[in-house]
Design a protein around this ligand. Structure first.
Ligand code: NAD
Length: 253
């Protein structure tokens, strides 16, 4: 797919990886529908994209809410006349040990709310946006691409029961959709980033971050634009579908 003039939706575009992808596609003069809950920062991303001469509009929506997502895709499809690509990027962390034990006594557990909130945004959010995006593409008989942002944590990671499960689920959705939607000209692929320098990683405990970084064979965290470059490759390569691009500096959990 040639990126220029294509209508690309990016969820979680207010900062971090979402903003970096928006800026990279803006340089190609894509038409960007940028989605987030953080209005102030989303406005900044829109301004950055417009500074590259691209068309960019902001949409405030919660990707985990079915009615909001249905309205969102209706609005975007109407506003731009169709949709060519979706980057399912919005995500959250609510890390905690499944069961925490101190001096032989159980002192804490991951709550159902911590489990559910991460599943809602990082997995149900992908399902809802992917479903509505595919619906619009099929209705308009317009081929397209869906990219789901997974994580190296999909292999399983201490303190991330909720996040690891959601990110493994993101890959299952990817493979399933690549098979189901190919007949409509829709490709689907995932990106599994390693540790990337964004607000999300900055929110980790410094000692945990330092421990992780010291184990990365390439010796540093990735940059958001290095993930945006992977998304660019997936959009542009018309034979890439149903697979995961791992961008992690050779780090494995
Ligand atoms: P970030 O926290 O910097 O940005 C996430 C954005 O998503 C925020 O702007 C936030 O407002 C938005 N968001 C959260 N919940 C939302 C909701 N319900 N509806 C709409 N928007 C919502 O995170 P990031 O580091 O840029 O990560 C982006 C994606 O990449 C996430 O899915 C994350 O899990 C994944 N990822 C990040 C890393 C990393 O090292 N940073 C590694 C692997 C995977």
């Amino acid at each position: 797919m040639e990126i220029t003039n294509k209508v690309i939706i990016i969820t979680g575009a207010a900062q971090g990886l979402g903003r970096a992808m928006a800026e990279r596609f803006a340089k190609h003069q894509a038409q960007l529908a940028l989605v987030d809950l953080n209005e102030d920062k989303l406005t900044e991303t829109v301004a950055h994209c417009q500074a590259f001469g691209a068309k960019a509009s902001s949409f405030i929506a919660n990707v985990a809410d079915e009615t909001s997502v249905e309205d969102l895709f209706e609005q975007i499809s109407h506003h731009f006349g169709g949709i060519d690509a979706l980057i399912n990027n919005a995500g959250i962390l609510r890390d905690r040990m499944l069961v925490k034990v101190k001096d032989g006594k159980i002192v804490n557990k991951m709550s159902l709310a911590e489990w559910q909130s991460v599943i809602d945004v990082n997995l149900t959010g992908l399902f809802l946006c992917g479903r509505e995006c595919a619906t619009k593409m099929i209705e308009k008989q317009r081929p397209g691409v869906i990219i789901n942002i997974s994580s190296i944590a999909r292999a399983g990671n201490i303190g991330q029961t909720n996040y690891a499960a959601a990110k493994a689920g993101a890959v299952s959705l990817t493979v399933t959709w690549a098979k189901e939607l190919a007949r409509y000209g829709i490709r689907c692929a995932a990106i599994a980033p390693g540790f990337i320098g964004t607000e999300m990683t900055a929110s980790m405990k410094p000692e945990a971050l330092e421990r992780m970084t010291s184990q990365i064979p390439l010796g540093r965290m990735g940059t958001p634009d290095e993930i945006a470059q992977a998304a660019e490759f997936i959009l542009q390569n018309d034979y890439f579908s149903g697979r995961v691009v791992e961008v992690d500096g050779a780090f494995r959990l």
